[in-house]
Design a protein around this ligand. Structure first.
Ligand code: C2G
Length: 132
């Protein structure tokens, strides 16, 4: 069984997230998604609208996702890859090159981001509508 892993906040789920999850799953048979904890997000300077538990429940409902684990630190990726016997690590290409050190442990694939959509953009547009 070929196992794939990807990491992210996955807040306010949108088609950009769905596209990468679908394509990540197409690279193997089993997809693990590591979702940033609320504390880890704070470290990324992000405050998710949905809590970790809500984001976890939403991702677990997606047909491409087989398992959801928490992402607590930047440093846990190597341990995750070993512990979950991961064959492929996938990230959007906004992270191109940033995780090449993982190539000693598994295949590293950067997939093109979906253009024209982001959680930040959704929040901005909703704010505009509500303050119009
Ligand atoms: N993504 C995408 N297209 C978009 C938006 C996001 O392909 N329009 C991808 C990102 O490239 C990332 C994944 O969806 O691979 C999750 O995006 P975020 O939730 O923004 O995650 P991020 O904050 O990049 O966290 O340790 C890695 C970090 O946890 C990644």
């Amino acid at each position: 069984m070929k196992k794939v892993i990807t990491y992210g906040t996955f807040d306010l789920l949108h088609t950009g997230h769905i596209n990468i999850l679908r394509r990540a799953k197409e690279l193997g048979d089993y997809l693990v998604v590591a979702i940033s904890s609320d504390e880890f997000n704070a470290g990324k300077g992000k405050k998710a609208y949905y809590s970790f538990e809500q984001r976890k429940a939403i991702l677990e409902a997606i047909r491409y996702v087989d398992e959801v684990i928490p992402e607590h630190t930047w440093e846990q990726k190597i341990d995750d890859i070993k512990k979950h016997n991961i064959d492929v690590f996938v990230m959007g290409d906004d992270w191109e090159g940033k995780f090449d050190f993982l190539k000693s442990y598994c295949e590293v694939v950067y997939l093109p981001r979906t253009v024209g959509i982001s959680t930040t953009q959704i929040k901005k547009e909703l704010n505009k509508i509500n303050h119009a």
